[in-house]
Design a protein around this ligand. Structure first.
Ligand code: ADP
Length: 139
C-alpha cells in the first residue's frame, strides 16, 4: 500500500507541480497518506560563486521553501504535507530523500514541457534507473 509519496519539484518548471501533486493525491484514493514536496537547489560552480553575493545559497533555500509552501496553500494540500529543500545534484538528492524518508512512490514529470523528442529528461531518467522504490513518470 502506498502511504508516503515524494514529489520532486523543479522551480524552473513549477507549473508541472500541479499535475504531479494531483496525481499523488489520486494515488492515495480515500485512504490518505503523506506527501513530501522536494526541491533541490543545485550547487553553483566555484568560479561562478566567486562573482555572486555570499548569501546566495541561503536565499535560494529560503525562496524555495516559500515557493513549496505556496504550492501547499494553492492546492489545498493537507497541513501535514512536508516540504524539503536539499542542496546538490537533483537526481542524487531525490534518491537520498526517498531513502531517508521511507518513500513508497516518487511522482516525477518526464521532462520540460515542449521537449517531446526525448522520452525522459536527464533527472527523471536517472531517478527511474536508480530508484529503489516505485516511480510514476508523468508525460
Ligand atoms: P528536463 O531535462 O527536460 O528538464 P528533468 O528530467 O530535468 O527534465 O526534469 C523532470 C522532472 O525532474 C521535474 O519536473 C522534477 O519533477 C524533477 N526535477 C528536475 N530538477 C529538479 C530539482 N532541481 N529539484 C527537484 N526536482 C527536480
Amino acid at each position: 500500500m502506498i502511504k508516503n509519496i515524494l514529489v520532486p519539484i523543479d522551480m524552473a518548471h513549477a507549473e508541472r507541480g500541479a499535475t504531479m501533486i494531483n496525481q499523488a493525491r489520486e494515488m492515495f484514493g480515500n485512504k490518505g497518506g503523506d506527501i513530501t514536496l522536494l526541491h533541490v537547489v543545485q550547487e553553483i560552480p566555484a568560479y561562478v560563486r566567486a562573482e555572486m553575493p555570499s548569501d546566495l545559497d541561503d536565499k535560494a533555500i529560503t525562496d524555495s521553501k516559500a515557493h513549496l509552501q505556496n504550492l501547499i496553500e494553492n492546492y489545498n494540500l493537507p497541513e501535514t504535507t512536508k516540504i524539503k529543500v536539499r542542496q546538490g545534484n537533483p537526481f542524487h538528492e531525490i534518491l537520498a530523500e526517498a531513502k531517508e524518508s521511507g518513500t513508497d512512490l516518487i511522482v516525477i514529470a518526464s521532462h520540460q514541457p515542449g521537449i517531446t523528442d526525448y522520452l525522459l529528461g536527464s533527472v527523471a531518467g536517472q531517478v527511474v534507473r536508480h530508484s529503489k522504490c516505485s516511480v510514476l513518470v508523468l508525460r
